[in-house]
Design a binder for this molecule. Structure first.
Ligand code: IDP
Ligand code: MG
Length: 149
């Protein structure tokens, strides 16, 4: 079973989209393993987005991501890393298909509502930036036999 890191960005929190976004992951069948609202530090933001340091959009990205609280979540389930990326849609909301989170809720690449890890390895790395091991809950839900063959 895979695990991914998903984060509702400050614009998603400010725009009251938290419930709608969580609902999509919950009703799809993924299992919430951890969640918290937090204002991320500049250090966490730089570690998270270190691959983008030096790019022209990085200063704006940094300012945006620390501008208000985010909702950090760990979701588990079958192929959840790729599925979460599909549910989010392309980075630029203009290119994100209708029905995806960015496609339905976003307008601008610099205000694209949600983050999701792009690989199992990134997910592991990102989860460790925001959560310690005791904060991740392992449990089973009785409905799983209705979700998985
Ligand atoms: P991703 O979030 O879909 O993985 P990345 O290319 O990894 O996309 O970029 C990380 C984040 O940086 C994006 O989600 C977006 O918030 C921001 N970003 C990326 N490219 C641009 C840009 O050209 N202008 C402004 N912000 C950008
Ligand atoms: Mg990325």
């Amino acid at each position: 079973m895979e695990r991914t890191y998903v984060m509702i960005k400050p614009d998603g929190v400010q725009r009251n989209l938290v419930g709608q976004i969580i609902n999509k992951f919950e009703s799809k069948g993924y299992r919430l393993a951890s969640m918290k609202l937090l204002r991320i530090t500049e250090e966490q933001a730089k570690e998270h987005y270190k691959e983008h340091i030096g790019k022209p959009f990085f200063p704006g990205l940094l300012e945006y991501i620390i501008s208000g609280p985010v909702v950090a979540m760990v979701w588990e389930g079958k192929d959840v890393v790729a599925a979460a990326r599909q549910m989010m849609g392309k980075t630029n909301p203009l290119e994100a298909a209708p029905g995806t989170i960015r496609g339905d809720f976003g307008l601008d690449i610099g205000r694209n509502v949600i983050h999701g890890a792009d690989s199992v390895k990134s997910a592991e790395r990102e989860i460790a930036i925001y959560f310690n091991k005791q904060e991740i809950c392992s449990y089973e839900k009785t409905l799983e036999s209705w979700l998985y063959e």
